[in-house]
Design a protein around this ligand. Structure first.
Ligand SMILES: Nc1ncnc2c1ncn2[C@@H]1O[C@H](COP(=O)(O)OP(=O)(O)O)[C@@H](O)[C@H]1O
Ligand SMILES: [Mg+2]
Length: 261
């Protein structure tokens, strides 16, 4: 994959409500091209809804989502909801069991986005995507039930990468996996991010994971932004909100990482 234009994302005053229930309230953040941005918060705080609203899977009540780039005017970049936008912004879901069609082979799962976007070098791309996620060609004609959880999540990552996106939205990509597999998949993601200069938005309820992988993060509670921090601030415990502190205390992994014996 050749060097591609790196894209960032500008989210302003995003609001999502379901039948009057406000799941995300007037959230704004800016992600620079190539940045790795984390979203943390307890279950139900609206993290997944933010990601889903960005890629058009949740109903945006108000606000704007816009791609940005260092060298190009925002207005000339693909508009949210367009096919070109979807090609550049791909999502990896939390549950590797639910997100892959059980009756489709890996080959078919990977071919589908290519067909949707009218890309014809499927053969080369599928081979390359399998290599990129460290699985190789032996996995191409397997069904999801013939894969471990970690392998399934690698297929989900390959499916997201096959369109050569610039932005990956990662919704708790490792929380359904065992700890050792979790570390492998996180390392893979970090390696892919560097290799392809990807921009990441990673949701996690695990502060240790986000501090490790992201440069900046947003803390959410009940649909609201509690604070925006750098990972260095978090590691040094320079946080201003009690809610963020309580999240830190609740995260066993964070204690392990931030307070070495
Ligand atoms: N499709 C939906 N319909 C109604 N309510 C929803 C829907 N999706 C999410 N919600 C609600 O929005 C809130 C935020 O959910 P979510 O974004 O999934 O939180 P998180 O990812 O932080 O756990 C929750 O209260 C959830 O019940
Ligand atoms: Mg969620």
């Amino acid at each position: 994959m050749n060097a591609r234009q790196t894209l960032g994302l500008d989210v302003r005053q995003l609001r999502v409500s379901y039948d009057g229930f406000v799941a995300v309230a007037d959230t704004s953040f800016h992600i620079a091209p190539g940045e790795s941005f984390g979203i943390v918060g307890e279950s139900g705080s609206g993290k997944s809804t933010v990601l889903r609203a960005i890629c058009g899977l949740a109903p945006k009540t108000s606000g704007t989502v816009q791609l940005c780039s260092d060298g190009q005017a925002a207005a000339t970049l693909p508009a949210p909801g367009s096919k070109a936008f979807r090609r550049r912004v791909q999502m990896v879901f939390q549950d590797p069991y639910g997100s892959l069609h059980p009756r489709q082979t890996v080959d078919r799962i990977l071919a589908e986005p290519l067909a949707i976007h009218g890309i014809d070098d499927a053969e080369t791309r599928i081979e390359r995507a399998l290599d990129e996620v460290g699985l190789g060609q032996g996995f191409r004609f397997r069904y999801p039930h013939q894969l471990s959880g970690g392998q399934r999540q690698r297929i989900a990552i390959a499916r997201a990468l096959i369109l050569e996106p610039q932005i990956l939205l990662l919704d708790e990509p490792t929380s359904a996996l065992d700890a050792s597999v979790q570390a492998e998949v996180l390392n893979l993601l970090e390696e892919l991010r560097r290799r392809h200069q990807l921009t990441f938005i990673m949701v996690s309820h695990d502060l240790a994971v986000v501090t490790h992988l992201c440069q900046r993060l947003m803390v959410m509670q009940r649909g609201q932004t509690v604070e925006l921090l750098s990972s260095a601030d978090l590691a040094a415990r320079r946080v201003s909100q009690p809610y963020t502190l309580s999240l830190m205390q609740a995260s066993a992994g964070f204690k392990r990482i931030s307070m070495p014996a």
